[in-house]
Write a protein that binds this ligand. Structure first.
Ligand code: FMN
Length: 180
């Protein structure tokens, strides 16, 4: 009997949740929030698709998959920066100090931000981040991947896009075909 696929996610403001729901629906997979996921059950799934929001250069809840073996793993991150111009290796190294689990495939999706809805801690963190990364620099002096923080600071933006899940869902379908 084919083992099931689980989509597990951790999200603060809903962008990662939205992507996880789209992916689970598209693949007919089980959907679970990270706080409800039992680490001992991960190995029971044929494939775990884990999604975490990006916060201060880390992936929310990624310790779940860094510490517990899965038969097969697909990871997706959801952040504000544009995947086309972002180097994710520092983020991945930080969340997976021992290296990514063998055979894991990673996708990067784009979320959004609404400063009006940020909690106090996150608001404070963004003030710090602005001071540290933007400071007195002009936009032209900022590295391309940091410009989005300057452009959207204090405002509201939503880059979530259902079509951006398709490379991931196609990859997963391809995995199924290879094991037939
Ligand atoms: C305190 C804070 C730190 C953030 N750090 C990053 C970051 O390091 N890289 C990034 O691309 N986006 C960062 N973001 C933006 C979030 O990743 C983005 O809002 C994403 O959509 C959040 O996903 P969620 O809605 O599922 O929580 C940060 C947002 C906040 C509030």
């Amino acid at each position: 009997m084919n083992k099931k696929t689980a989509v597990i996610y951790q999200s603060h403001y809903g962008a990662t949740k939205r992507y996880a729901e789209w992916i689970a629906e598209e693949l007919g997979a089980e959907l679970t929030e990270r706080k409800d996921a039992r680490s001992s059950l991960l190995s029971k799934y044929g494939l775990v698709i884990y999604g975490g929001g990006l916060y201060a250069g880390g992936i929310l809840g990624a310790d779940l998959i860094a510490k517990n073996p899965c038969e097969s793993l697909v990871l997706f991150t959801v952040g504000l920066t544009d995947p086309a111009v972002t180097d994710y290796s520092p983020i991945l190294n930080r969340s997976f100090p021992q290296g990514l689990p063998r055979g894991a495939k990673v996708f990067h999706l784009r979320g959004g931000i609404d400063y009006g809805k940020l909690g106090l801690l996150h608001k404070g963190a963004m003030v710090m981040m602005k001071k540290m990364t933007i400071g007195k620099k002009t936009k032209a002096e900022l590295p391309t991947e940091e410009r989005v923080f300057a452009d959207t600071y204090g405002g509201k933006v939503d880059f979530t896009d259902k079509a951006s899940i398709y490379p991931l869902t196609e990859y997963v379908r391809g995995l199924g075909e290879r094991t037939l």
